[in-house]
Design a protein around this ligand. Structure first.
Ligand SMILES: [Fe+2]
Ligand SMILES: [Fe+2]
Length: 481
């Protein structure tokens, strides 16, 4: 038996507790099939799943683990969950499909014994001879009243995964957080230049807001990185690098403490530039040899500045390392020349190196005084510059930016022009866009369209276009609603 539902009910993305519970659930499901009752691993995993479950039972309601379409949920919260991971979730879900099962519900009063009994029970399920009703009856026969199976739910593919109003809310809060971060970088950098006291508590708070935001919705912050039109690009560049680095950190599964260190290091990777002449930083022309010699001092100046002017803790030490190493390439070229050549730069520096290069080349505001479109930068990084970057990290970054990066302008097959808002990881060629114009000119009220929806087959992305070519300022469309 299956039911159909709108995905509009799923509004909130889950946190670490839900991820832990889900992982623990599928790991145990798999272990139960291959290990006997008295096996210590099985016993321990029952205990740790039970412990995870206990974190959710405070409100007295049941704890529900379910799948809808390709997504996983704990109590209606969408969990970012890699089913190719160790847990073996996909084989379990495959079996559930045959049975018509969509998930499992645990009552808050369930005891450890019944948890153990349940997993022992599921390990003996023969999918071909059973269905949801016979399974539910069988649970009763085996005196398990605190746990039950849920019917499989088919998601309506035409419903957006994140509802419109939630998406708009995310975009609004993303802006506030983004510009707060830019302001904080500016404050810290200006205070550093003026040799004033540097407090970092505020910075840490902003970084935590960025982390919160990215774990719920990564696209709306990335979209803001497309704006390059600032009087002093250094501050926005630092925020962009931080947003990209944190997005990579989240995809890599770093815990919150490490994300905070990474975000801090990314935000201040270029702090050494405050020690260089302002004329050099703002020079509108291409750098000559002497300019480059000066510019190449900024990593070392940055590391020294952080170590001398900020209170030493894990954040500042890792930031000093990031500042020092962010122009050191994977093949040990770059600058400064490091004495240690037998090991690559640390993970954070390697992440920052990739995202920094991408933002610098796409902005045309830092070293090259001419911007390169994001798709061309990615190609360049993959082919011409591939020895410079960690290949695994570059692949992850590519997945984040996608074929049509959030914030870029695209031409549709219907001769409409749209701004890319969100990349659909499962369908990278068909992003979520905001249509801003057509042959007749700009629209008074833009149309928000999810190109991955079935009713949008008539619209294809033809290519990315340069906003300057059409005399358009991308900032107006990103910030204009
Ligand atoms: Fe730099
Ligand atoms: Fe930079």
């Amino acid at each position: 038996m299956t039911t159909t539902t709108s995905s509009r009910e799923f509004r909130i993305l889950a946190g670490k507790s839900e991820e832990r519970l889900l992982n623990s659930f599928f790991v145990l499901y798999k272990t139960a099939r291959i290990m006997e009752d008295n096996n210590p691993t099985f016993q321990n995993q029952c205990q740790s799943f039970f412990d995870c479950l206990r974190e959710f039972v405070d409100d007295g309601g049941p704890v529900i683990i379910k799948t809808v379409g390709e997504r996983y949920f704990v109590n209606e919260k969408l969990v970012r969950f890699d089913e190719n991971g160790l847990s073996g979730a996909s084989s379990v879900v495959q079996e559930w499909k045959t049975l018509g099962v969509g998930g499992v519900s645990f009552k808050s009063t369930i005891a450890l014994d019944e948890v153990r009994k349940f997993f022992r029970f599921v390990s003996r399920i023969k999918p071909n001879s059973l269905n949801l009703d016979s399974l539910s009856a069988s649970l009763k026969t085996h005196s398990m009243s605190e746990v039950g199976f849920l019917a499989r739910v088919e998601v309506n593919a035409d419903e957006p995964m994140i509802p419109e109003e939630v998406r708009r809310h995310f975009r609004k809060t993303a802006r506030t957080t983004f510009f707060q971060a830019t302001k904080v970088v500016e404050e810290v950098m200006v205070n550093t230049r003026d040799k004033k006291e540097i407090g970092i508590a505020k910075t840490k708070r902003v970084i935590h807001s960025l982390i919160d935001h990215i774990t719920r919705d990564e696209s709306s912050l990335i979209e803001l990185t497309a704006i390059k039109d600032y009087d002093d690009y250094t501050y926005a560049h630092s925020t962009n690098v931080c947003v990209y680095a944190l997005t990579m950190g989240v995809r890599l599964g770093l815990d919150r403490a490490r994300l905070s260190h990474l975000g801090f290091a990314a935000l201040f990777h270029d702090i050494g530039k405050v020690k260089l002449p302002t004329d050099l930083i703002r020079k509108p022309d291409a750098f000559d040899e002497n300019d480059w010699r000066q510019m190449q001092q900024h990593p070392l100046l940055g590391a020294k500045t952080i170590l001398r002017n900020m209170k030493l803790d894990t954040h500042t030490v890792r930031a000093a390392q990031g500042a020092l190493e962010h122009h050191v390439n994977n093949d040990f070229t770059g600058y400064p020349r490091l004495v240690y050549k037998d090991r690559p730069a640390n993970l954070f520096s390697r992440i920052i190196s990739i995202v920094d290069t991408f933002d610098a080349l796409t902005s045309g505001r830092l070293y090259l005084k001419k911007s390169i479109p994001p798709d061309k930068v990615l190609k360049k990084m993959h082919y011409q510059m591939k020895v410079k970057f960690d290949p695994f990290l570059l692949k992850i970054f590519n997945g984040i930016v996608g074929i049509y990066p959030a914030g870029s302008l695209v031409l549709l097959s219907t001769d409409e022009i749209a701004v890319v808002l969100t990349n659909d990881q499962e369908n990278p060629g068909r992003p979520y866009v905001k249509i801003i114009g057509n042959r007749a000119g700009l629209l008074d009220s833009p149309e928000w369209v999810d190109l991955s929806r079935g009713d949008q087959d008539h619209r294809q992305v033809v290519r990315m276009i340069d906003p300057d070519h059409y005399g358009l300022d991308i900032k107006d469309f990103i910030l204009g609603d």
